[in-house]
Write a protein that binds this ligand. Sequence first.
Ligand SMILES: Nc1nc2c(c(=O)[nH]1)N[C@H]1C(S)=C(S)[C@@H](COP(=O)(O)OP(=O)(O)OC[C@H]3O[C@@H](n4cnc5c(N)ncnc54)[C@H](O)[C@@H]3O)O[C@H]1N2
Ligand code: MOO
Length: 403
Amino acid sequence: MAGQILRLEQAQSLLLDRVKKIEETEAIPLWDVEGRVLAEDIFAGHDQPPFPRSPLDGYAVRSEDIAKASKECPVRLTVIDEVNAGCVSRRCVTSGTAVRIMTGAPIPKGADCVVGQEDTDYGEAVAEFYEVIGAYENYCYAGEDYKAGTKLLSKDMALGSVEAGILASLGLKQVKVYRRPRVAVLTTGDEILLPGETLLEGKIYDSNLYTLVTRLTTLGMNVVRTGRLGDDAKDVAAWIEETKKQADIIVTTGGVSVGKKDIMHDVVKRLGCERIFWRVAVKPGMPTLCAQYQGGLLICLSGNPFGAAVNLELLVRPLLGKMSQKKELMLKRSQAVSESTFPKKSTVDRYVRAYYEDGKVRIPNGSNASGILSSMCGCNCLIELPAGTPRLSEGDRVWVILL
Ligand SMILES: Nc1nc2c(c(=O)[nH]1)N[C@H]1C(S)=C(S)[C@@H](COP(=O)(O)OP(=O)(O)OC[C@H]3O[C@@H](n4cnc5c(N)ncnc54)[C@H](O)[C@@H]3O)O[C@H]1N2
Ligand code: MOO
């Protein structure tokens, strides 16, 4: 069963070769666009703004009427109408007249500029003007944001709050995006209890389910099914069989090592899946087992909580990035100077939980062992110590993977 232990890059590329960009699309409400990828080009259906509008509260006038206005020698114009945002004045501004106007209101015909009310006497029937304002000053053109027919957003771009606003400004309620990768998570182990159950002798609570599902959700994935089962290969195979149609990727934890209850090897056989690899030369999480089922990948991570969390980042996250076209999901490395020591020499590539800030990286107190989760609290990176790296000292330069 042992076979060859793959280097991380080999394992990553074997898996990446087996996934494709998701082409299926769905229409979603604008509220939900954050983190989604646009599946259509978006063209403007109208000018924005659709009409020339006032940028000020004041008076719409003809600039030639106030060409000689000053504080000492004000120009007096008859106020023939008032227009607020959302309304339209049907009057035409002719020589000697003005229309009282509020910010955002359409500039009436005949007017070619707006005088802010601070430069007037705020007159109601007749107003005095103290400033010269040139033609098309304080004048927002129709279409100055965008013109009808302009391509505003392109297929395959990432959507966020600004794009949501642009789509809304077009009057759209929905937009076509690629569907998200569908991921299912199953934790296995006779010792695993769900939070809320009574802690019995020899048992522990399931932390992996919560770490993995929360992380996948944060990465923008559609977690379609979750489950927890004991060490029974038949049950686990049945669960995976039922889930295969709904999920592009099924992630499991536990049962991948060499013990009597390490059932995932048997599960893969029962399912008739093609085993892609077992074991990657990394610590933690070395015994990861990956297989292909029709329609997706089965990624069986170590039961150890840190091993599962790290390999979700190293092996699963890049797949999700490729499938969803979200570049930010591809692994991001940065150089940093270590402010901590790490005592163990690395015989395989080792990942150490740490905090990164401003080019410096610090390892938290507590163990970095595969079974230890609590010291990962607040960590935002993994220090990458390649095989053969001697003990880490303060001041050493290292590469980190930003989480
Ligand atoms: N003789 C050997 N023993 C082991 C080897 C080896 O090479 N020879 N490899 C070790 C390494 S490295 C790892 S990693 C673990 C992997 O074990 P499994 O993936 O089979 O996982 P389990 O045995 O099921 O669990 C390991 C550990 O994690 C706890 N666990 C499991 N599930 C959860 C969960 N959902 N939430 C929290 N904690 C969980 C479980 O109780 C175990 O303590 O194998 C080594 N053994
Ligand atoms: O490969 Mo394991 O997760 O280090 O104990």
